[in-house]
Design a protein around this ligand. Sequence first.
Ligand SMILES: *Cc1c(COP(=O)(O)O)cnc(C)c1O
Length: 404
Amino acid sequence: MQTATPRFSQGADAQGQFGTFGGRFVAESLMPLILELEQAFNTAMAEPGFLAELDRFQAEFVGRPSPLYFAERLTALYGGAKIYFKREELNHTGAHKINNCIGQILLARRMGKTRIIAETGAGMHGVATATVAARFGLQCVVYMGATDIERQRDNVARMRLLGAEIVPVTSGTGTLKDAMNEALRDWVTNIDDTFYLIGTVAGPHPYPTMVREFQAVIGRETRQQMLDREGRLPDSLVACIGGGSNAMGLFHAFLDDATVRMIGVEAAGEGLKSGKHAASLKGGFAGVLHGNRTYLLQDDDGQITDAHSISAGLDYPGIGPEHAWLHEQGRVEYTAIDDKQALEAFHTCCRQEGIIPALETAHALAEVSRLAPQLPADHLMVVCLSGRGDKDMPTVLRLMEEQA
Ligand SMILES: *Cc1c(COP(=O)(O)O)cnc(C)c1O
């Protein structure tokens, strides 16, 4: 008897689990809220009116569809696979995060919520959240580690310009994981009017599914654009992974196409052996954080440890539970790229293509530089250009001065 082809795109079960990962590990008082959110999300996604409104904002406010661009000079340089960029860096606010923020804010408004809360590490998700909150005239409170506030002054200024209130978090190490805990605490105490806008495919169910659905537009567009341009599906997809939302967004529309190879790229920081990295799959083990079970960076006592990477946006100490499952299933390959490799790919992209990528994105580009030369010229490879590098100028300039 033949066994059925596994359907990797099927997603979470009724408990919000991807195999043994995901779920909803939250305080009992949060349960009704989580269920209300799940219900509202499912209802909205089945309603043509909601989807039409979402499409309109994606087109007019975000600037979708983003182009699929043939990176001709990079292709010639590596001398192998034909490389395409999915240009998410051209979106309003300069990255893919806004795709998800638009979806969630429309949902929040439908649910009658008037106050938006979010957590942010590098500040990019905070800026995208503050942007949509301003657009819809909703109050916005962003939890941010005190250490991160010091490190990310520009984004703090942007959020304030957009009308958001920044709440410094001093518990723990004053970084992203502490901000996440504070945001969850706020949500429990302000149940009636507050919507928690999570920025990646993490958190308790339904967040990993909801964020993936709002980001899946990346892969749907890529699929159509590649069919239009090359008359067939791509052979491989490459994306960087912080929590994993731009990667899930690109991968999802192709998960059941067995011929499409997928590679998720974590940040190896100063190297996996150094302990200073952000590679939850390659250098962590399973545990519970932020309301779900997944691979996490933790010490031997199960305490969550801080992530390290040249790119602040990959500094998430976990990875979305759907990735943990796809890893276990062997459907998606996961690799890790260190700071030095990412920086080299960053400079190459600037010089060869006239595009300054985000340092997060440079991790995916470094993986492309490793893979493309080994592949034939008719291999079609798509890399998600998750964001632009303007925000990284201070980091890059400092590194260039140190090396000079
Ligand atoms: C936040 C961010 C990432 C990492 O987040 P994911 O949820 O893994 O996509 C990657 N690239 C850019 C430009 C970002 O701002």
